[in-house]
Design a protein around this ligand. Structure first.
Ligand code: UD1
Ligand code: MG
Length: 451
């Protein structure tokens, strides 16, 4: 959209979360809240995007990968209020003459169509100084209230803590998002003071200043389900439910079967191919790509993995980051795979741990096989060649290689490389004493009589 800049506010203490983690880094559908807000901004294709973060977020950049490309960052050193936060963008936006759309990172469910409506409301007629997004929640709780003038324009916004009983009875609430005429934004912000209950510079004081100057602010209304603010963990859980419902619906609409949608958990970045089936109680964490025709059976947990066409996973499988499961491969019950490549058609069907390994095409990994990838100090790799057969209950002590076509006898502890097409057995040899069991029974008879 031309003539549009987005500002995403992500600083502030987030005290009500009662958390050591900054509020906007709390995950929603597997990704930090702030990433959702930036995705909303991106969908509007603005000319500029500025993210306002607090110093704690700057220090903890772990949650902000990918964000710096999406937006320019400015730091609000002290959380002195939402108007103060927007004012930090002055060096990047002072010359911007279009609409400046302010988004709150703690309100990440709003749809871009709703925001397009807000911008249209600002631009309508001869153009208002600003347009504010309102909504009518079932429980207006502690949201700011929109006080309308008799002509239906916005007279002012009153914060809940400041509101009188009559004002609290108003059901039209402030969703937080605001589109402001960029030419007027910074002079208006300069006029906002902090003489209020919290001693903060409220962005919500802007409409009253416009009205006092004889200007006009418009209101656009949003569906209540889109604009709930996330201030505490109860609201976080409610928002998660909303996001999950949207993701499940979108997945089904795009051609995936969710056998019991309410029990399937997806991430914001989950990519599902066509004719994917997700069984009940499947949890898909971040960075998962599932290609066409894959079946994920019930109670499987996936994160950071690509599952290629036609593979079958689970039930009760755990696929961990850095894994790549090949076309038509099978990973069965109680199998954990981490940091491993499992090539086309390979099978790991039961009770195994495969970590930091390469499993060749068509290889068969017997039940209970463990790659011993960690010696207490460092991780090492296991390479299993194409078509190799690993007998049940084998321990592969890494670093170790089993060549293509090799066979490892069940119960082996493999500490040295196995050559291609060789058979390796590394376990105590079986001894047999004829009649020994019968003799032992005879010896024990008196014990039995006593017991
Ligand atoms: C705000 C609005 C309120 C509205 C509600 C909707 C103000 C003063 N009040 O209240 O009218 O009904 O949102 O959800 O705006 N932030 C900063 N720097 C700061 C303070 C906040 O960047 O100094 C950011 C926060 O990260 C958050 C957003 O601004 O994303 C809103 O701040 P928050 O403290 O949650 O405001 P509310 O009390 O929810
Ligand atoms: Mg809030």
């Amino acid at each position: 959209m031309s003539g549009l800049a987005c500002v995403v506010l992500a600083a502030g203490k987030g005290t009500r979360m009662r958390s050591a983690l900054p509020k906007v880094l709390h995950p929603l559908a597997g990704r930090p809240m702030v990433e959702h807000a930036l995705a909303i901004a991106r969908a509007l294709a603005p000319e500029r995007t500025v993210l306002v973060i607090g110093p704690e977020l700057e220090a903890d950049s772990s949650g902000l990968e990918g964000v710096s490309e999406a937006a320019a960052c400015v730091v609000q050193e002290e959380p002195l209020g939402t108007a103060h936060a927007v004012a930090r963008t002055r060096p990047l936006l002072e010359d911007f003459g279009g609409d400046v759309l302010v988004l709150y990172a703690d309100t990440p469910l709003v749809r871009s169509e709703t925001l397009a409506g807000l911008i249209a409301a600002r631009r309508a007629g001869d153009g208002a100084a600003a347009a504010v997004l309102g909504f009518r929640p079932e429980d207006p709780a502690e949201y700011g209230r929109l006080i309308l003038a008799p002509d239906g324009t916005l007279a002012r916004i009153v914060e809940y803590v400041e509101a009188s009983e009559d004002e609290r009875a108003v059901t039209l609430c402030n969703a937080g998002m605001m589109a402001v005429d960029g030419r007027r934004l910074f002079p208006l912000l300069d006029a906002i003071g902090n003489d209020n209950a919290k001693g903060e510079y409220y962005l919500t004081d802007l409409p009253a200043i416009v009205a006092a100057e004889g200007g006009r602010c418009a209101v656009a209304e949003a569906p209540a389900g889109e604009v709930m603010g996330i201030n505490d963990r109860v609201q976080l859980a409610e928002a998660e439910r909303v996001v999950q419902d949207r993701l499940r619906r979108a997945a089904m609409e795009a051609g995936a079967t969710l056998v019991d949608p309410a029990t399937v958990w997806l991430s914001l970045d989950t990519r599902l191919g066509c004719d994917v089936t997700l069984g009940p109680n499947v949890v898909i964490g971040p960075e998962v790509v599932i290609e066409d025709g894959v079946e994920i059976r019930p109670f499987s947990h996936l994160e950071g993995v690509r599952v290629r066409e036609g593979a079958v996973i689970g039930p009760f499988a755990r696929l961990r980051p850095g894994s790549d499961i090949g076309e038509g491969a099978r990973v069965g019950n109680f199998v954990e795979v981490k940091g491993s490549t499992v090539a086309q058609g390979a099978k790991i069907n039961h009770l195994s741990y495969v970590g930091d390994a390469g499993v060749g095409a068509g290889a068969n990994i017997g039940a209970g096989t463990i790659t011993c990838n960690y010696d207490g100090y460092r991780k090492s790799r296991t390479e299993i060649g194409e078509g190799a057969f690993i007998g049940s209950n084998t321990a592969l002590v890494a670093p170790v290689t089993v060549g293509p076509g090799a066979v490892v006898g069940a119960g082996s502890v493999i500490t040295e490389d196995v050559e291609a097409d060789a058979i390796a057995v590394a376990r105590g040899e079986q001894r047999q004493r004829e009649g020994a069991a019968a003799r032992r029974r005879e010896r024990r008879k008196p014990d039995l009589a006593e017991g």
